[in-house]
Design a protein around this ligand. Structure first.
Ligand code: BGC
Ligand code: BGC
Length: 621
């Protein structure tokens, strides 16, 4: 491209540059910019030929081998293809780095948002956003499909853990800090990452039983099977079971709330993130007011872009456009006219391009709408300095570096919530002669990390680098202490203290929808095997949401909600032994029984938002 063009002048504003560049694009190039393709579905030459605007990795969309270096080579390879196009417009590559750069083996995995919510610490969130951005840009990626600002009302929802909490003010505060962290001080630097605030809007307000996926696939549908076939066998069997026991019941469903509630509860985090400079928002799969969000012209165009002046661009969710109508053309017309700017197609992009082209040529989508969408996308690309710096210079050695792991450990320690500490059993003495540790999850990075880790669903096992709770305990105890570990909790010996780690199986999205949140028979059996062997029982729960523990709790001396702490599980141990105080406080109501779900402000919770014991407090009590 010629450097004489005004759009190549970085002294002009991103909007001025976009306005100058727009008339140079043909209709095909404009539509190309509005196209986002999943990386395994792309013919790389099409990036050049069609001037494609964006590529993404979905959950688990990893290169082979899955190393930071091959991620960078892959992304930079795609970028070269974009720069070779007629106008050389750089690509935006997007990824779900929702708790660290979590598709990449060896990256630092931070606690999922539900845990970060329990820290109530915006400064920590800002630092995590920055660290995540640096690990992303080291692999050439400048766009993160995060933060989710969902405010989950029904914790049976499989995406509960993606939300910071149920207090809208807290959600806003943490989302803003995280957005600032991702963006850094100067968006044009190659170390800045574009946030995608999601899923617009009220994704956390959907009603159990309204998920369209269940209705369409009736448990045996091709879609569910396709998603399942991507999963590893043992875990797959478990997930198949999940489908039969309630998966896809609420995710992507209908938000049955009035507009005042939508505006008062669910909208503010978007407005606050926008005020912090967020230039991208992802539209929700869910529905409101009888319409899918993706077809909601009122909310997307009138409210967000009009009333609140959102100047960035809107991206659709994964194949969500296709949910509008069986006819692809109708779907594309409805969503683009509603205000959608970029379509996460993600697979059959030739079909999408053909129908959108036809819709413009036949006047069903006005050219002015296309020009608006493309201007927004180009403006963001200029704002990110992509034309000046399309490639990364951040060394890949920053991925999973010691400094970031130390930050993750700090987050783990601030996120754990001590909910019961009968007779100050904690902190434990370091010179205990023997300590029993039980539960497969006590020694398993995959359980600690949960979904959206290496694969979409996540999976048990040593899926990436990190440390386990058991390793942390072994590091903490004195030389005299024998740490006896049994995954299934079968011990011959008894001890003063036993530690049992129970966990939810890793899951993501609607695969984690669960009708019943009581402890499973296996979890109960594990605890029951250990209980008679010890005087004091410490239970640690790894989960994406509060579970119903009201009855079994009576038999436990200590109960800790550690959420999904991520790769640095060993960091929990110093809390147990009093090297660090417990400071985490609930960001969700902890229900007494299933009858208190969905969130019912009238019901008395087992523990309210803000609850959490501190070891220091307990010692003084
Ligand atoms: C999820 C989004 C995610 C996207 C890309 C969708 O299924 O709902 O949260 O960003 O996939 O992986
Ligand atoms: C992708 C996810 C996506 C999901 C939606 C998966 O295959 O990896 O990123 O959210 O499909 O169905």
């Amino acid at each position: 491209m010629s450097s004489n063009n005004a759009y190549m002048n970085p002294a002009l504003s991103p909007a001025e540059r976009a306005a100058d560049l727009l008339p140079h694009l043909t209709l095909a190039e404009k539509i190309g910019q509005m196209t986002q393709v999943e990386k395994n579905s792309i013919d790389p030459n099409d990036i050049t030929q069609l001037s494609l605007g964006s590529i993404l990795s979905g959950g688990g969309g990893c290169p082979e081998p899955n190393t930071a270096v091959s991620w960078r080579d892959m992304v930079q390879g795609f970028q070269k293809k974009a720069l070779a196009s007629r106008l050389g417009i750089p690509l935006l590559y997007g990824v779900d780095a929702v708790h660290g750069h979590s598709n990449v083996v060896g990256a630092t995995i931070f606690p999922h948002n539900i845990g970060l919510g329990a820290t109530h610490n915006p400064d920590l969130l800002r630092r995590i956003g920055r660290a995540t951005a640096l690990e992303m840009v080291a692999t050439g990626i400048r766009w993160n499909f995060a933060p989710a600002v969902s405010i989950p009302q029904d914790i049976r929802w499989g995406r509960t853990y993606e939300g910071f909490g149920q207090d809208p003010k807290l959600v806003s505060e943490l989302a803003v800090a995280y957005v600032q962290g991702l963006q850094g001080d100067d968006l044009t630097l190659e170390t800045a990452v574009l946030p995608s605030v999601k899923h617009f809007v009220a994704d956390g307000a959907t009603v159990w039983g309204t998920s369209p996926r269940t209705a369409r696939s009736a448990l045996t549908g091709t879609e569910t099977d396709a998603a399942l076939s991507a999963l590893a066998s043992a875990h797959e069997a478990m997930m198949q079971q999940a489908v039969f026991s309630g998966a896809w019941q609420i995710d992507q469903g209908v938000a049955n709330i009035d507009e005042a509630t939508l505006r008062a509860v669910h909208l503010p985090p978007y407005l606050d993130a926008m005020a912090a400079g967020a230039l991208n928002i992802m539209v929700s799969f869910s529905s409101w007011g009888g319409l899918k969000m993706h077809a909601q012209k009122y909310l997307l165009t009138d409210v967000l872009k009009g009333e609140y002046g959102f100047s960035g661009f809107l991206v659709s969710d994964w194949e969500a456009v296709q949910q509008i109508d069986p006819d692809l053309g109708e779907s594309v017309i409805a969503t683009v006219n509603a205000g959608l700017d970029m379509v996460m197609v993600p697979y059959h992009y030739h079909d999408y391009i053909a129908v959108l082209t036809n819709a413009v040529e036949t006047g069903k989508v006005p050219l002015s709408r296309i020009d608006d969408a493309v201007s927004r996308i180009l403006m963001v690309k200029f704002a990110l300095g992509l034309f000046e710096r399309p490639f990364t210079e951040t060394p890949v050695s920053i991925v999973g570096c010691a400094q970031h792991r130390a930050l993750a450990a700090e987050a783990v320690q601030q996120s754990a919530v001590l909910l019961k500490n009968e007779q100050n059993v904690l902190p434990l003495r370091k010179e205990l002669p023997r300590l029993l540790v039980a539960g497969a999850a006590a020694d398993d990075i995959g359980y600690q990390c949960g979904g959206w880790t290496i694969s979409w669903m996540g999976s048990p096992g040593r899926t990436t680098d990190g440390s386990t709770i058991l390793e942390g305990v072994r590091d903490c105890v004195g030389a005299e202490t024998a740490v006896c570990y049994s995954a299934d909790g079968r011990f011959d010996e008894s001890a003063e203290v036993g530690l049992v780690v129970i966990a939810e199986e890793p899951y993501a999205e609607g695969m984690g929808d669960r009708a019943d949140l009581c402890l499973t028979a296996e979890q109960q059996a594990l605890i029951n095997r250990v209980r008679p062997q010890v005087d004091k029982l410490v239970v640690i729960l790894l989960s994406g949401r509060p579970l119903i523990v009201t009855e079994p709790l009576a038999n436990w001396d200590v109960f800790i909600a550690a959420w999904l702490p991520g790769s640095e599980g060993a960091a929990l141990a110093p809390l147990l032994f009093g090297e660090q105080p417990f400071t985490g406080k609930l960001s969700f109501f902890w229900p007494r029984s299933m009858a208190d779900i969905p969130l019912n402000q009238e019901a008395e919770p087992l523990w309210p938002i803000g609850y959490g014991l501190t070891t220091a407090e307990v010692q003084n009590a």
